[in-house]
Design a protein around this ligand. Structure first.
Ligand code: 4AD
Ligand code: MG
Length: 438
C-alpha cells in the first residue's frame, strides 16, 4: 500500500502547491452544480475551497460528498492548486473523502448562512464559535493577550497570580459575588487583584496579575460582563504620572502588535484599521474638571461630582483620534484606596483611559494611598471591615512608598480593536446578568 499523503493544516497550504495532501476538518459549506460539487472545508486554521468532479472520482466518493451535511467531520484527500479567487489562495481537487461523523439531515447544524437573531446565536454559542467571524475575534483576543504578556514580561514586570476567592471587597460592595466558604461564612469572587498586587509590588518592585475578575453588575449594557479578564500592573515608587506614561506606552504597543499580526482577521471583521493606526503617543490628558466643562459645552446637563456614564465617555472621546486619559476625579466617586491630590484633597489621583470611537473606558487605575492613618480613615468612611484589611494596612507600616497601577479589561479592549457593538462576542462564553448558558 502506498504511503498516505501528508496531513496538512490549511494555513500551511502554500508549501504544498501541486501536491496531494490530506486535511482533517469539517464541512463548512457545499454548493452543488450538476456534475461538480464545491465543498468548503475548515480545519480550525483556515478555510479551503474544494472541487469534486464526478468524472474524476469513484461514484461512492461523489455520492458521499453530494450528501455531506454542514459541520460533518471529514478527512479529505486531494491535490492543491493555486487559485487566487479562493479564500486562502488555494483550492483542493478532491480525490477521496472519509466521513468521521455525518450530521443527521433530520437534525441539521442549527446555524445557517441566513441571518439569525443575537439571542438565538448566543444560545448556540458553543456552535457559533465555528463561524469565520468568531474565529477572527478569538484570534484577535489571543494576540492581544500575547501582546499584553510580552509587554510586561519585556519591561521588568514579574507575573504574580492573585487569588480569585477573597475575604473582602476591592471595588465597592455593590458588585460583590458572595459565596459560602466553610467556617468563614462567606468569601467573595475577586473584583480586582489590585490589593494583592500592592503587596507583590512592595516585594518585587514591578508586578502584574492577569486573570478572571467578577462583578455582580446589575446593569445591562454593551460594556459590562459579570466575568471578565483583567490585566493589572502595579509599580512601587510610582506616581500618577508614571501610571499615565505606562498606560500610554502599553496601549500603543499592544494595539500596534495586533494590527501587525492580525491584519487578515481584522479584514474579515471589516474593521476600519486606519482608526487604530492613529493610536500613537502622546495621548491627550485632561482633568476631570476639564472633562466636565467639555460635556457642558456639548450641551450635557452634567453636574461636577457625578460619574461619567457610557454616553458621556463617548462624547468625551469624540474630540480625539487617540485614546484620551482623564485624571483627578472627585474622591466620592472613586474607590477607598485612591491617593488624594496634594493641592486639592477633594480630588483622587485616579486615571481612566477612554478608547476612541465611543468604546469608552478600557483602563482604570491611579496612585494608591501610602499613608497608614489616612487609609484607616478611608476604610471607616467606606464602612469596610478593618479586620479583613489588616494585612493591607501592614503594607503602610513596613516600608510604605508611593505606588501606582492600573487595570485593563481585555474584553473592552478586544471589542474596540474588532469594532464590535457589544462585549459579549469578545469572550468564548460570556457571563452577563441574563446569560449563564451555555
Ligand atoms: O476601573 P476598574 O473598576 O478598576 C479596577 O478594578 C482597579 N482595581 C484596577 C487597578 O488599578 N489595578 O476596572 C478596570 C477595567 C475597566 O477600565 C474596564 O476595562 C474593565 O476593567 N471592566 C470591565 N469589563 C467588562 N465588564 C465589566 N463589568 C467591567 N468592569 C470593569
Ligand atoms: Mg473604572
Amino acid at each position: 500500500m502506498a504511503d498516505a499523503p501528508p496531513l496538512i493544516h490549511i494555513d500551511r497550504a502554500s508549501g504544498f502547491d501541486g501536491q496531494t495532501v490530506r486535511l482533517r476538518g469539517w464541512l463548512h459549506n457545499l454548493r452543488r452544480s450538476g456534475k461538480i460539487l464545491f465543498p468548503t472545508f475548515r480545519d480550525g486554521t483556515g478555510f479551503m475551497q474544494g472541487v469534486v468532479v464526478k468524472a474524476a472520482v469513484a461514484p461512492e466518493t461523489f455520492e458521499s460528498c453530494r450528501h455531506l451535511t454542514h459541520e460533518s467531520s471529514v478527512e479529505v484527500t486531494g491535490e492543491l492548486h493555486k487559485e487566487d479567487r479562493a479564500p486562502g489562495g488555494f483550492e483542493m481537487e478532491v480525490s477521496d473523502i472519509r466521513i468521521l461523523q455525518q450530521v443527521s439531515a433530520e437534525d441539521p447544524f442549527p446555524i445557517t448562512p441566513k441571518e439569525h437573531g443575537v439571542d438565538f446565536l448566543m444560545n448556540q454559542r458553543h456552535l457559533w464559535l465555528r463561524s469565520r467571524r468568531q474565529h477572527a475575534i478569538l484570534r484577535v483576543r489571543h494576540e492581544l493577550i500575547r501582546a499584553v504578556r510580552d509587554y510586561f514580561d519585556n519591561n521588568g514586570f514579574t507575573l504574580v497570580d492573585t487569588p480569585i476567592l477573597t475575604p473582602a471587597a476591592c471595588e465597592g460592595t455593590t458588585t460583590l459575588f458572595e459565596i459560602p466558604y466553610f467556617d468563614y461564612g462567606s468569601a467573595y469572587l475577586t473584583q480586582s487583584g489590585q490589593l494583592y498586587n500592592e503587596a507583590t509590588a512592595a516585594a518585587l518592585g514591578k508586578t502584574y496579575c492577569f486573570g478572571p475578575t467578577f462583578r455582580a453588575e446589575k446593569s445591562k449594557t454593551r460594556r459590562h460582563l459579570t466575568e471578565f479578564w483583567m490585566v493589572e500592573p502595579e509599580m512601587a515608587y510610582a506616581t500618577i504620572d508614571d501610571v499615565m506614561d505606562l498606560a500610554e506606552d502599553f496601549l500603543v504597543s499592544v494595539i500596534q502588535r495586533v494590527l501587525q499580526e492580525r491584519a487578515s482577521e481584522l479584514k474579515t471583521l471589516e474593521r476600519d484599521t486606519s482608526q487604530l493606526e492613529k493610536v500613537v503617543k502622546p495621548f491627550p490628558r485632561i482633568s476631570y474638571d476639564d472633562a466636565v466643562e467639555r460635556l457642558k459645552e456639548k450641551g450635557v446637563a452634567f453636574e461636577w461630582g457625578g460619574d461619567f456614564g457610557g454616553t458621556d465617555e463617548t462624547l468625551l472621546s469624540e474630540d480625539f483620534d487617540q485614546p484620551v486619559i482623564v485624571h483627578r476625579f472627585p474622591m466620592a466617586i472613586k474607590a477607598f484606596y485612591m491617593q488624594p491630590d496634594e493641592e486639592r484633597p477633594e480630588l483622587a489621583l485616579g486615571v481612566d483611559v477612554l478608547a476612541p470611537e465611543g468604546y469608552g473606558e478600557v483602563i482604570g487605575g491611579g496612585q494608591r494611598i501610602h499613608d497608614y492613618e489616612l487609609l484607616v480613615k478611608r476604610l471607616e468612611e467606606h464602612h469596610l471591615p478593618r479586620e479583613a484589611f489588616e494585612w493591607y494596612l501592614d503594607l503602610r507600616k513596613y516600608g510604605s512608598v508611593p505606588h501606582s497601577g492600573f487595570g485593563l479589561g481585555i474584553e473592552r479592549c478586544v471589542g474596540w480593536i474588532c469594532g464590535l457593538e457589544h462585549v459579549r462576542e469578545t469572550i468564548a462564553f460570556p457571563r452577563m446578568l441574563y446569560r449563564m448558558h451555555p
